[in-house]
Design a protein. Sequence first.
Length: 181
Amino acid sequence: MSPEQPIVYRQAGPQDQEQIGVIDDSFTTDTVYEVVAGHERFALRAIVADPPLVKTFPADESDSVSDDLHVEVAVDDGKVCGFVVTGVEEWHHRLVVHQITVAPTHRGRGVGSTLMRRACAYGRRLGARTAWLETSNVNVPAVRAYRRMGFVLCGLDTTFYRGTASEGEIALFMSKALDAG
């Protein structure tokens, strides 16, 4: 028996693009967040999804990664099992997490947290003071993971997905200070 090889984390290269493109980013959840709005405030309330919601993201023709974005990958036994795509908006020193995806076989094993730590470290090196991302109110597994990673809800948009396959969902914006380390 050979010892288990650790997952390798590194900056993505052109050789990784094909594997990145085929990672299953679908999820299943038995809970979704309902947005409860009050006078000058809002909150998320977990409600049961019965039957459980299965979300499969549509293939996007713009899945190719722009040259001005930074991509980190997690590689297990020579195969990409996760990735994070980020960019830094210099005018306000913000790291934008465009996408983070972990293969279903590797979820719950710290791959997403490690990729996010690496992304935030990249942002810090470029002077980013905050990290920011968008997800949907139905992606409860992601919201919970982001909260564990130190992100907090900072806004929402009820019209963000209008005219898309996700119409009816609410965009949740989350952020995390980076200047504290």
